[in-house]
Design a protein around this ligand. Structure first.
Ligand SMILES: *Cc1c(COP(=O)(O)O)cnc(C)c1O
Length: 391
């Protein structure tokens, strides 16, 4: 239970210089809040382009829909994956041309499809006959891509079951799309977010190959594969480097399709923005539940409802850093609300110096994705997570 070692070296997750900047910036601000380093988002985008020059990038804006992030990525040439008309409106307000937007949600109202079409959007995903007929009625002639059901094994934040359909249904949909006057353009899948098993792309790409061939026999030539998201950010559980993902995925594509492969799209969310965020939080209370309990409870001023919902089932393990040094003790970490599910980590034990006390600040790294956009409006009266851009 006791460890005489530091939690982790700071520079596993942030350079000393960057950490200094974060501390300086946050000095007189009231916790909790998120700081986004925009330059890091831009760097990640460049890194993606460098490692995967063969793809067209559609940023999945739900990961972090901050205007400045979208504008920066727009200026770098990114395209965008939107899930709702609200996201579409935001993109249009920020000057993104409709040709650069994909309506990437398989669950859509008829009137929302009509709205998107009226705004100029011509690229839609689908995975059901009902949705496809809505698209045919309200967005005639548009390009559609078909989402395949995949396993999310190996993903820290699975997206399985809810989206996509089995190849036999997809095959029928593709043939029908053509008859409905749509342009059956390609296939998509999502292997699960923070997918640490690169082999999952191999399985999914093989399924694509099979469908490409099956519909080709019926005279339909698909032109695109959308590899979805799932690319990694740096949390406690280690993942391969982006270089390895890129290299392996290209190998899978070339094994199945040769060098003259179809157009490849990716929809990164987490991997573009997560590493650029740091949440600064304060210890509200430290307590013991019984005299002989091994573990102290450490309550922070941020929890599941304040932006850390991905700690559900302890799925995502954020690096949490204390500046205190010395003898460490494992603790249970919880949030500040009056909901008993608002416990962050109980099974996985985080260790902090025994000298950690109420009022101390902790720094939660890799929190640029799926934090602010997930935080509740006012559960228990707590305001939604504030965010600042580090300039
Ligand atoms: C959420 C989402 C993504 C982003 O996934 P990450 O794992 O965060 O990169 C991409 N595509 C679709 C359709 C999504 O719903």
């Amino acid at each position: 239970m006791r460890k005489e070692q530091y939690n982790f070296p700071l520079d596993d997750f942030i350079s000393e210089g960057d950490f200094k900047k974060i501390k300086e910036f946050s000095k007189d601000k009231e916790t909790p809040f998120l700081i986004i380093d925009l330059a890091k988002v831009e760097k990640m985008y460049d890194k993606l382009v460098k490692n995967m020059p063969f793809v067209k990038i559609y940023y999945a804006i739900k990961a972090n829909p901050t205007d400045e992030i979208i504008t920066a990525l727009k200026n770098k040439g990114s395209n965008f994956d939107a899930a709702t008309i609200y996201e579409i409106n935001q993109l249009i307000r920020l000057g993104v041309q409709p040709e650069r937007i994909s309506y990437g949600n398989t669950i859509k109202k008829e009137k929302d499809i009509a709205y998107a079409y009226e705004k100029g959007i011509r690229l839609f995903v689908t995975d059901s006959e009902s949705d496809m007929k809505k698209i045919a009625r309200n967005a005639p002639g548009s390009r559609v891509f078909f989402r395949l059901l995949t396993e999310s094994d190996g993903a820290d934040w699975p997206l399985s079951r809810k989206f996509g359909a089995h190849p036999d249904i997809i095959y029928e949909l593709i043939l029908e799309a053509h008859d409905l006057g749509l342009d059956p353009y390609g296939l998509s899948f999502h292997v699960g977010s923070q997918q640490r098993d690169i082999g999952q792309w191999d399985n999914a790409i093989s399924k694509c190959k099979y469908i490409f061939e099956a519909v080709a026999e019926q005279g339909i030539k698909l032109k695109m594969i959308n590899l979805g998201g799932g690319f990694p950010a740096k949390y406690i559980s280690p993942a391969n480097e982006l270089e390895t993902y890129a290299h392996e995925i290209l190998r899978f594509i070339e094994e199945d399709f040769g060098e003259d492969h179809p157009e490849i799209i990716i929809e990164p969310g987490r991997s573009l923005v997560a590493d650029a965020g740091v949440i600064v939080t304060e210890v509200v209370m430290i307590s013991k539940k019984a005299k002989l309990n091994q573990y102290r409870w450490v309550y922070l001023d941020i929890g599941k409802f304040g932006g850390l919902i991905e700690t559900l089932d302890e799925s995502i393990k954020y690096p949490i850093y204390s500046e205190k040094k010395g003898y460490e003790e494992e603790v249970i970490l919880a949030g500040p609300t009056c909901d008993s599910m608002d416990i962050l980590y109980e099974d996985h034990k985080y260790a902090f110096p025994k000298s950690l006390k109420e009022g101390d600040r902790l720094f939660i790294f890799t929190t640029g994705a799926y934090t602010q956009s997930y935080s509740s409006v006012a559960f228990n009266g707590f305001p939604p997570l504030k965010a600042y851009l580090l300039k």
